[in-house]
Design a protein around this ligand. Structure first.
Ligand SMILES: Nc1nc2c(ncn2[C@@H]2O[C@H](COP(=O)(O)OP(=O)(O)OP(=O)(O)O)[C@@H](O)[C@H]2O)c(=O)[nH]1
Ligand SMILES: [Mg+2]
Length: 462
């Protein structure tokens, strides 16, 4: 999408709905003129001071009607979010008033902003690099305090700095390799092969260190999903309610109570964990329940962890065995519920069915074993990620991961070719491509399509 950067853009920057205030944001060369046209205050203001708040009314130039009593500020370029002249109107936070003011702003010459267009302009005007722009959306979408801290660190430029450090080391090395293309060893004193390959390896190792943080970073940013499955009546909905500390799902003693799935997120030590309560697995004629059971397998296949829930007060049935069979190859936690009743199931019997899997006994009804279950889920997330992170930054974004992997692969190829004594031209070619790949992370070398895709995820007004 080719968006004109000449236009002045406008949008309601606050969420839809009712609130104390609602903000209309305008960016571009006509911002101030639009402010002059619509804003009326008691005292005449010859010129708006930048970063200064003015109190007054928004008045329709055609009807003369007062649309809202507002606070207005101008942030002159380049010291604004977008790097352009920005005008912000703090209106009252009702959808009708905001629409009325926005429509006057549009009539006065602005056009509606596309999603993320303010941040896109900030990027194009070099107020932010691309990884920082992406951190803006992560910050807005952060689900826990740890996710927020990560987004803040990226917004501050910690990731950009690491990537730019790598890029400058690569540029230095590339210069050395390129010199050896033009001159033979007798002409000038070139770096010995071993030194060059060591230097390339050093960069590869730094890339690998950053890459190793992705498992944890992804979990911190996106969270993980845990599906609770088991035959009817084992206490799946009771467990969800206990984890949430509220009666979210219907619990009854009638098997087959839950038909649809229910998803809720809880925060386990800073990790957003989405629990999915599902219909009990059994063979039934009822088509509604059958549909619910079909959904369970769909949910299971897209989950990170499956909690297999059993009822410890009864013997295992065929239905339990079906649940175990279908899940045993995946990432599972075996949980035995109703620990408050006298136990019928035994750990040694379970270990024959699922060797090496330690059952966790709980009582969803009374809360026993719930902290241990949360601990277990947390421990699994660390297993998926990395315990001893060497890197200063944590990678959270798949786009960044792919670019780093590509760069690492190309550098490894360059190193091999240097060791083999092949023409330095070959190594230089791969190193240049690796450099470009790293450049994509910070937006030095990114095409329009990639930008479109990144900013499409943003909200309007950001
Ligand atoms: N004693 C005891 N009863 C429990 C416990 N957890 C659940 N129950 C009871 O077991 C019955 C079924 O609980 P649910 O949470 O509805 O079970 P479910 O697995 O969601 O059942 P479906 O939705 O039908 O698949 C209810 O009567 C609960 O009160 C527990 O820890 N101890
Ligand atoms: Mg249920």
């Amino acid at each position: 999408m080719k968006l004109s950067q000449e236009d002045t853009i406008a949008a309601i920057a606050t969420p839809c709905g009712v609130g104390g205030i609602g903000i209309i944001r305008i960016s571009g060369s006509d911002s101030e003129a639009i402010g002059r046209l619509l804003f009326k205050s008691k005292k005449s203001i010859p010129s708006f001071k930048s970063h200064y708040l003015y109190s007054g009314n928004i008045v329709s130039p055609t009807t003369g009607a007062i649309l809202d009593k507002v606070l207005l500020s101008v942030m002159r370029k380049p010291h604004s979010y977008t790097g352009e002249d920005v005008l912000e109107i703090n209106c009252h936070g009702g959808p009708v008033v905001l629409e009325a003011v926005l429509s006057e702003v549009i009539k006065a010459g602005a056009r509606l902003a596309e999603p993320g267009e303010f941040t896109r302009r900030a990027f194009l005007n070099k107020r932010l690099d691309l990884s920082q722009a992406e951190a803006v959306i992560d910050l807005i979408m952060a689900k826990t305090d740890r996710g927020l801290n990560l987004a803040l660190s990226h917004l501050k430029g910690d990731l950009s700095k690491s990537i730019n450090d790598l890029r400058s080391s690569m540029i230095d090395l590339l210069a050395i390799v390129e010199i050896s293309i033009d001159f033979t060893e007798e002409d000038i004193h070139t770096s010995p092969v071993s030194k060059l390959s060591d230097s390339i390896q050093h960069i590869i190792t730094s890339i690998d260190e950053i890459l190793s943080t992705y498992g944890e970073g992804k979990i911190l940013r996106e969270g993980l999903s845990v599906v609770i499955t088991g035959k009817p009546n084992v206490g799946k909905s009771s467990l969800l309610n206990r984890l949430l500390n509220e009666n979210r799902a219907i619990v009854t003693s009638v098997p087959g109570t839950t038909r649809d799935f229910i998803e809720e997120v809880i925060n386990i030590k800073g990790i957003p964990v989405k629990f999915v309560d599902t219909a009990g697995i059994r063979n039934v004629e009822n088509v509604i329940e059958q549909e619910g059971i079909r959904l369970v397998w769909e949910k299971v296949s897209s989950s990170d962890i499956v909690v297999i829930l059993l009822d410890g007060s009864t013997n295992l049935t065929e239905e339990d065995m079906e649940v175990i069979e279908k899940n045993k190859e995946g990432e599972i936690i075996l949980v035995v519920n109703k620990n408050d009743l006298s136990p019928t199931l035994r750990n040694n019997a379970l270990s024959k069915i699922l060797p090496g899997v330690k059952p966790l006994w709980i009582s969803a009804k009374y809360g026993y074993g719930i902290p241990a279950l949360k601990e277990e889920i947390y421990a699994r997330t660390l297993q998926n990620g990395q315990k001893d992170i060497q890197s200063d930054v944590i990678l959270t974004n798949l786009r960044h991961k792919i670019a780093l992997e590509k760069a690492g692969g190309l550098l490894a190829k360059a190193k091999r070719n240097i060791i083999r004594g092949l023409s330095p031209e070959l190594a230089a070619f791969d190193m240049r491509e690796a450099l470009e790949s790293l450049g994509e992370i910070v937006g030095e070398t990114t095409n329009e399509d990639v930008l479109d895709k990144i900013f499409a995820d943003f909200c309007i007004g950001k």
